[in-house]
Ligand binder design. Sequence first.
Ligand code: ZN
Length: 401
Amino acid sequence: MSTIVNLDQVKQLNSATIYKVIEQYAPISRVKISKISHLAPASVTKITRQLMENGLISEVDLQASTGGRRAISLAPNAHNINVIAIRLGQTQLSIAHYKLSGAKQLSKQVTIPLLDNSINLIEFFVSEIAKFITQPALINEKISAISMTISGLVNPNTGTVIYHATYPLQNIALVEEIQKAFNIPTFIGNHTRCLALAEHYFGATQQCQDSILVSVHHGVGSGVIMEGKVLLGKSCNIGEIGHIQINPNGKQCHCGNIGCLETEVSDNAIFDKVKAAISAGSPSSLNISDFTIEDIYLAAIDKDPLCQSIVQQAATYLGKSIAILVNLLSPEKIVITGKITLAGNLVFDTVKACTETQTLPDFHDHLSVIPTTLATDPTLAAFALTKQAIYEGDLLQRIKV
Ligand SMILES: [Zn+2]
């Protein structure tokens, strides 16, 4: 049996543990860091010295300790560390500048042009990032990381986009291209999986070890957090709930199969159903030539019979699929995000009823099904990816301010 210990990994893990403790309890003395992290005082001294040399933390003030001696406290320098977070959306590219503390500084959105090959698309990304980071407010700032989220199949370990439904990004080493252009550590992740991470770091599932975020948008996806980490698996793409077959007599999905959850529950599917029903003569308070998906969800809670019935049916399909996840993974919380949450109790009561009748009692007795607590921010998921690279990856070792 091999007894080789990867010292770099141990160092990385211990540094991340100490940085997290400082972030959570700052200002905090080295003695207290040692107690909370269960790391030897000598290790704490060595690692905090390194973190200070790299500009990640600093000594902030003097704090009285119990024995009358005064210990120096440490705090993160997160307001001095700049990161760029990017969301490749369906039509928009959102780019934002955050401080590592989470404070969002600048942001912009641009429409993505219709480009038929990956080379032009990568050129467009690089040119937009370059414009953003060379604007007067940022040109003199050091950027420590770039993170990008994409609604498609992604391998975060290799930095590759495997498949994207809209853009010509098949097996493209996007991270390598961006790093080549800017020489800044770059990370990529699936948007919904990173949104689950954002909920875990900053939102409703902070206190949970096991949770699932379900996102209903133009598609339906989920991100699974188990033992505080995103479940990725070998395929790197666990959580494709949108392709559970829910209606064998339903429509063909873009994946090729029939009656997938997203053909019944996505915003587009619900919009098309309402439009078709009004065209066929169903009475509704909505004006056929002028309504949005938000109008449908609001009309549903205002008891418009057509919208109520279509949203209720969608919530039942969603609830059935969520019940499957609960039986498989037994999370403590299910968080739902997307415009469908505007329909409030109509959606949440229906999903809860499904989990209560379709899962094991032990699994649903303490289960909460709740809406997201995070404000709508297209780049927050990518910012969470940077945090993950600090807590779980080697980014902490690579930052020098
Ligand atoms: Zn499908």
